[in-house]
Design a protein around this ligand. Structure first.
Ligand code: TXA
Ligand code: MG
Length: 319
């Protein structure tokens, strides 16, 4: 990954306008929310979303939260429900994320949801975040702005320590008020706690008049995005293939003769950006899919993880 000169911005209107321009240009901008600093990228721009995973060194494609300026903006992307309405009226803007089914013309890039048919949406309460989102006027995908496996950042200095030189800019507006990531409630079926966070379970229960199904400690974060079947195309998938045989279509990587190439130049970020759409496309051929070897490093780990899920025997709903 090329080193970037990370610009340090403040919360002045001029600097927030600069941050919005950078997001529009497909760059990554870390910004404060009331929970933790988020690492923001345009949720409709495939290169920006792929770059989030690269900057974090994230080994797997966990689905990301789309941050929007208000409830009306959220409704553009997801199927709204009565329960969503109640929770949003009570707690948005605030440290609550709702997981809802995607609308048909949602516009969100598939890597944001890691190929799921649901989207996590949140309206943050932080004034600077809200101004930035209103100015950008679109959904911003933002995981916590820390390298993968590290503690979430609650100051711009934390962001600096982890991501300086990897992202275009950081908007510094002091420490985050909540300091804990948002509570995540799944509303695609009956209400479910997917992650405990900055909004208490009691307040949510009081609002809904019922207790959401409990998460299981340990598997709550990863389970929704990790089901084997979510990544399985109809066609069979064979990995680490140098020479396809029979009827196979070859999904290539690097300088190889193939039917479709994830990245002819062997760029893993580009390959990650192309992965889900490439699998969808090859799946429509109805032919078995063979895939070139992909290096087990950087985003290659995540690509291979998803490819292994795609290649796994069907009906294995396991992490
Ligand atoms: O407070 C927060 O939520 C912070 C700030 C920046 O907003 N963001 C944050 O993002 O914590 P992240 O990427 O570290 O955690 C998001 C989690 C994922 O680990 C995933 O489990 C869950 O949200 N998630 C996202 N989309 C989902 C979906 N469609 N279904 C289920 N879970 C989802
Ligand atoms: Mg995180």
């Amino acid at each position: 990954m090329n080193r970037k000169d990370t610009t340090y911005l403040t919360a002045t209107p001029a600097d927030i306008a600069t941050a919005a321009d950078l997001l529009r240009a497909g760059e990554l901008v870390a910004f404060p929310t009331e929970t933790v600093y988020g690492l923001g990228g345009d949720a409709c721009n495939d290169d920006a979303v792929a770059a989030i995973y690269t900057a974090k060194g994230r080994p797997s494609f966990n689905p990301l939260i789309a941050h929007v300026a208000d409830t009306a903006a959220a409704k553009r992307h997801v199927v709204w429900t009565d329960e969503a309405d109640r929770l949003a009226q009570a707690f948005w803007p605030g440290p609550l994320t709702l997981v809802l089914p995607l609308k048909p013309d949602h516009g969100i890039y598939s890597l944001v949801t890691a190929g799921l048919d649901t989207l996590a949406v949140r309206v943050p309460a932080h004034e600077t975040a809200r101004t930035l989102l209103a100015e950008f006027d679109g959904p911003v995908a933002a995981p916590s702005a820390n390298p993968s496996g590290r503690i979430s950042p609650t100051t711009a200095q934390h962001v600096h320590a982890g991501l300086d030189g990897r992202i275009a800019a950081v908007v510094d507006d002091g420490p985050c008020g909540v300091g804990l990531e948002s509570t995540i409630i799944g509303l695609a079926g009956s209400p479910a706690f997917l992650r405990p966070g900055g909004l208490s379970a009691e307040l949510i229960e009081a609002c809904l008049g019922r207790r959401p199904d409990s998460f299981k400690q340990g598997d709550a974060l990863s389970a929704p995005g990790q089901l084997m079947s979510h990544y399985a195309p109809d066609s069979t998938v064979r990995l680490n293939v140098e020479y396809p045989f029979g009827d196979e279509v070859l999904l290539g990587f690097g300088n190889v003769a193939c039917d479709l190439n994830l990245s002819a130049s062997g760029d893993l970020t580009e390959a990650a950006a192309n992965l889900f759409s490439a699998l969808h496309m090859l799946d429509t051929t109805g032919r078995p899919i063979a895939v070139s070897p992909i290096p087990e490093k950087g985003l290659g780990l995540a690509i291979n993880d998803r490819l292994r899920r795609a290649a796994a025997p069907r009906g294995l709903d396991q992490a």
